[in-house]
Design a protein around this ligand. Structure first.
Ligand code: GLN
Length: 309
């Protein structure tokens, strides 16, 4: 697929050009005030391959708030740490609800439907807080190692902004605590969760750092085993069914790749045995997925015939 890098570069440039005006169709997330001031016209796309190439177009080196894309890294760490017992505390079913829905959690007696909605990621954050002496540091160090880039940082403004507007996430965590599904103190869990959401990374860094999911759990850059082959398969399965929230079905239907979005406007998509695509454009649709990001990934997957189905 990637034999001809010049052709791929032309495809990426062309896809981006076609999206120039499309960002107007979405709205930048403003429920986190620090995200509201990001220029909406920025956009980029990159693809990193397991054989060591990264090709990008537009603002693909521009760092942005990874937000819910952090849920993929958090889940990988928690699966490594906890193994099978994790799945007694969170299930693996699509939620069919908004990513921050509270009502479902009450029905499910404090057991989140999957680790890609907020309740599930807060549960995973609890696992990390309870299993690491310094979970935030462990998380950021992990990302730096995966991206092979020590410059990756937490955006303190985004962190503070979420902390002071995080009542819904606090409500979700307290509700799970009331069902005895949270071990640590709620403020500590929230602080970890907001820290991981507030990490800034570029399309290039994200696509390179998730290559292990396209390569059976092994980071092709270092040959280190990031998770087992089986866990890589399971994470991709969860991304396929729940990574795009309530639009996961449509994404599987029209694109056909395991993917994860974040309200910072980023989307990552895993192409098994080939590589990882990351697209970024801040304006979102009503599901919380980047409008242009989805178009870019759909365009590339369609053009190259990447659907796994
Ligand atoms: N930090 C965001 C929140 O908790 C993450 C949501 C998202 O990216 N979908 O609302």
């Amino acid at each position: 697929m990637i034999e001809n890098i010049t052709v791929l570069q032309e495809i990426l440039d062309d896809l981006l050009l076609k999206q120039t005006e499309k960002y107007c169709q979405g709205h930048v997330a403003d429920y986190i005030p620090a995200l509201a001031c990001i220029p909406p016209q920025l956009m980029g796309i990159s693809i990193a391959t397991i054989d060591g190439n990264t090709i990008g177009a537009g603002d693909y080196r521009h760092p942005f708030s990874i937000q819910s894309i952090s849920k993929v890294f958090g889940l990988t760490l928690a699966m490594n740490r906890l193994g099978k017992p994790l799945w007694q505390r969170v299930t693996m079913e699509p939620s069919g609800q908004a990513f921050n829905s509270i009502i479902q959690l009450e029905w499910e007696k404090g057991i989140p439907k999957n680790p890609m909605i907020n309740a599930g990621a807060l549960l995973v954050s609890d696992v990390l807080v309870s299993h690491y002496s310094a979970s935030k540091l462990a998380f950021v160090s992990y990302l730096r190692k995966l991206a092979n880039d020590e410059s990756i940082q937490v955006d303190c403004e985004v962190y503070q902004s979420e902390l002071s507007h995080g009542n819904r996430n606090a409500a979700l965590t307290y509700l799970m605590k009331s069902f005895n599904n949270i071990e640590a103190e709620v403020p500590e869990v929230l602080s970890h969760y907001f820290t991981q959401c507030a990490v800034s990374m570029s399309c290039k860094q994200l696509s390179e750092s998730l290559l292990f999911l396209a390569n059976k759990g092994i980071d092709p850059k270092t040959q280190s085993q990031i998770c087992s082959k089986k866990d890589a398969h399971r994470i991709n399965a969860i991304l396929s069914t729940s990574g795009m929230y309530d639009q996961s079905g449509e994404f599987a239907f029209s694109v056909g790749l395991p993917a994860k979005s974040g309200v910072g406007g980023g989307i990552v998509a895993v192409v098994p045995n080939i590589g990882v695509i990351c697209a970024w454009s801040p304006p979102l649709n009503k599901y919380g997925n980047s409008v242009v990001g989805m178009n870019l990934i759909a365009g590339l997957a369609g053009k190259l015939g990447l659907s796994i189905y």
